[in-house]
Design a protein around this ligand. Sequence first.
Ligand SMILES: Nc1ncnc2c1ncn2[C@@H]1O[C@H](COP(=O)(O)OP(=O)(O)O)[C@@H](O)[C@H]1O
Ligand SMILES: [Mg+2]
Length: 267
Amino acid sequence: MTIVKIAISGKGGVGKTTIASALIKSFAETHQTVYAIDGDPDACLAAAIGIPAKVSAGIKPVVEMGEKIKSVSGGGAIYTLNPTIDDSILEEYCHSHGNIRFMRMGDVKKGGSQCYCRENTFLQALISLLLLDKDEVVIMDMGAGIEHLSRGTARGVDLMVVVVEPSRNSVNTAMNVMGMAADLGIGRIRIVGNKIRSEKEKEFIEKSFQPGKVLGYISFSNDIWENSMDPVSASTEDELLNGMREVREKILGEAGGIQRSKGGGPV
Ligand SMILES: Nc1ncnc2c1ncn2[C@@H]1O[C@H](COP(=O)(O)OP(=O)(O)O)[C@@H](O)[C@H]1O
Ligand SMILES: [Mg+2]
């Protein structure tokens, strides 16, 4: 069975959004539907997968869907009752871009005084509530910290991909994320090495993790780097897309062992 819910994490700036968007595009080639969730209010996943800024600004954040579900279900226990999300409600918050169904968590808040508890709580519910058919996959750009992840979310995540660049700090962050993810019960945690400039850098990452943990390496690319000055152009570089196609095949190969009953966690 090829059903996977994938969360992408790693230190700020390592390339989570870049990697997530390429992985989304690569899965869109082989899967009927790819749910792309921007779980980082500071991210620009929409632009990276080719949704124009004008359009993405108009997409309702899913946190509002939580309110809506509460209001139609009489409030309260949506997180414990584990209902399915009604398709018509989902439709309102999903922006279809080809066979990619994009959702975003919320907006960046001003002043840093407010937390994202409400958004995170709903995001957790959403991940475990999305019932997937065969040939559907969920890919979520998590943002840097996974401290807010609860067991509820973790139950819905089949695979955590931690993006690492060749620096000690980035490896340390990855180790922390891996530790937390393991504590939360996420069964499968893998690494993608990004911004690789030399064999030595590749070896540095390879040696930092247990054998078999690294799904693939993406080279440093001047084109990707320069593209960030003009994030509107969402073309994904061939080498990056090819690299993520290989990663996709590895994920699917490993996921052959994942049996997921609808709505349930991995067994
Ligand atoms: N393989 C790469 N080669 C060159 N630059 C990259 C690569 N991956 C990401 N970048 C650049 O690094 C910066 C951070 O990438 P981004 O995907 O936004 O990271 P994150 O989502 O982890 O904060 C961006 O300017 C992006 O263009
Ligand atoms: Mg990002």
